[in-house]
Structures are given as structure tokens and as C-alpha cells.
Design a protein. Structure first.
Length: 241
């Protein structure tokens, strides 16, 4: 639950920040917001459809092929989260300024529909990443219901914070926020690598390196809070191969 909450919070905040900056720019220039919200709504719907579509396709496959698809989803999720961390690390401080410059250029070339396209593409990118990353995390979780609840809470908090930043009622050090969550997500991504390798073995793609390397039962005892954090949040098994 903690891992998906952080994923939902971080990805959701990235999307709401972009939408909030574009909305503030449109409001300042007395431009209608309806086209932007249409783009945002369409992007959210497509992102949800991608997540459900991948899940339905996976469930329709034989067991070995399911494991193979979960391996691919996990690998893509690791690439997404790593790229997201690196990109936000270098762009967090200038995000608002860069977006306003792009918005000004887009508005100068056309109408509010140009900015609706910006919002659509930005939210679609974050939504696709979130769908794939959350799906991979659900597959690695032992309690899918709790993981889904964490994602919903994280996204809801992100929307509330984004709205607060838009209205000026919330001040947040974005550099520290993205650095802190980035460090946590590095460990989550590491756990997803281990999970993807395990799925690859069960799919028959990897048939070597399956000897037990170390016993981490003392670090992650079954049924304990520490065990839930190590195996459930970070994805590190008590008997890694």
C-alpha cells in the first residue's frame, strides 16, 4: 500500500502541477478552460483504459505467457520510473517557467485548443506511466486490494495538493519532494527488477542463477511489519536467488 500510495502521489502531482500551471496561464490570459479540461478528461480515460486493457489481455493468456507478460510489464515499469526520477531531478526547478514559455508559444500559434493538446499529451504521458507502474506493483503485491487503495489515496492527495498550489493556498518545496520520493522509488524499482526476474524464470525465459544466495528471513520475518515493508513495499524476497 505504501509503495502504490507514493507512486500515485508522485505521478498524480506531476500531472496536476502541469495542468495547474496551464490553467493558471489560461486564466491569466482570459482564455476559456473548457478545451483544456476536455483534453485532460480524454487523457485520463485513455490511461485507465490502457491499465484495464493490459490486465484483461494478461488474464486471457496461458500461465506461462502471463508470466512472460508480467516480466515485460515489470521491465517497462522500471524503465519508466527510472526515467521519471532522472527527468524530474533535472527539471523540477524550471518546470513552471518552461511550461509557461511553451504555453505562451502554443497560444501565440493558435487558440486554447493548442493548450488543450499540451494538457492532453502531458496527462496521457503521466497516465500511461502510472498505469504500467501500478500494474507491475500490483503483480508484485500480496494484497492487491490494499495496493489499489494506496494508489487511490495517493492520487486523491496529489489532486488536493495540486489544487492548493493552483489557488495559492499550498506552498511545497518541489525539489525536496521529488528528491525524497525519488529515493524511495529507486528501492521500489529495485524490487520490481527482482520480481521481473522471478516472473522470467517462471515463464521459462531464465533457467540459470536460481540458487538461493542468502537467507533474509531474519530481516523480513513472515507476518511482521518489517517483513511487510521489505517484501511488500520494496519487493525483496526473504530467500533471493
Amino acid at each position: 500500500m505504501i509503495a502504490t500510495l507514493v507512486i500515485g502521489l508522485r505521478e498524480g502531482l506531476e500531472a496536476t502541477l502541469i495542468v495547474g500551471i496551464i490553467a493558471a496561464f489560461l486564466r491569466r490570459n482570459r482564455t476559456p478552460l473548457a478545451p483544456m479540461w476536455a483534453g485532460v478528461g480524454l487523457a485520463v480515460a485513455l490511461s485507465i483504459a490502457v491499465g484495464f486493457g493490459l490486465q484483461l489481455v494478461e488474464q486471457a493468456l496461458p500461465q506461462a505467457q502471463q508470466e512472460g507478460m508480467e516480466t515485460i510489464i515489470g521491465a517497462v515499469a522500471v524503465v519508466f520510473v527510472t526515467g521519471m526520477i532522472v527527468w524530474m531531478r533535472t527539471h523540477a526547478r524550471t518546470l513552471s517557467r518552461d511550461l509557461q514559455a511553451s504555453a505562451s508559444a502554443a497560444l501565440g500559434r493558435g487558440t486554447a485548443w493548442a493548450l488543450a493538446g499540451m494538457a492532453f499529451l502531458a496527462v496521457l504521458k503521466e497516465g500511461f506511466e502510472t498505469s504500467v507502474f501500478l500494474l507491475a506493483t500490483f503483480q508484485a503485491s500480496s494484497d492487491t486490494g490494499s495496493a489499489a487503495l494506496g494508489a487511490v489515496i495517493g492520487i486523491a492527495v496529489a489532486v488536493a495538493i495540486g489544487y492548493g498550489i493552483y489557488t495559492g493556498g499550498v506552498r511545497l518545496d518541489l525539489g525536496r519532494f521529488f528528491t525524497g520520493t525519488g529515493v524511495f522509488l529507486v528501492f521500489v524499482a529495485g524490487g520490481l527488477v527482482l520480481t521481473a526476474l522471478r516472473h522470467a524464470h517462471e515463464a521459462g525465459w531464465i533457467v540459470i542463477g536460481q540458487q538461493r544466495t542468502v537467507d533474509l528471513g531474519w530481516l523480513a520475518p513472515n507476518g511482521s511489519l518489517r517483513g511487510a515493508l521489505v517484501t511488500g513495499v520494496l519487493g525483496i524476497p526473504p530467500t533471493p536467488a
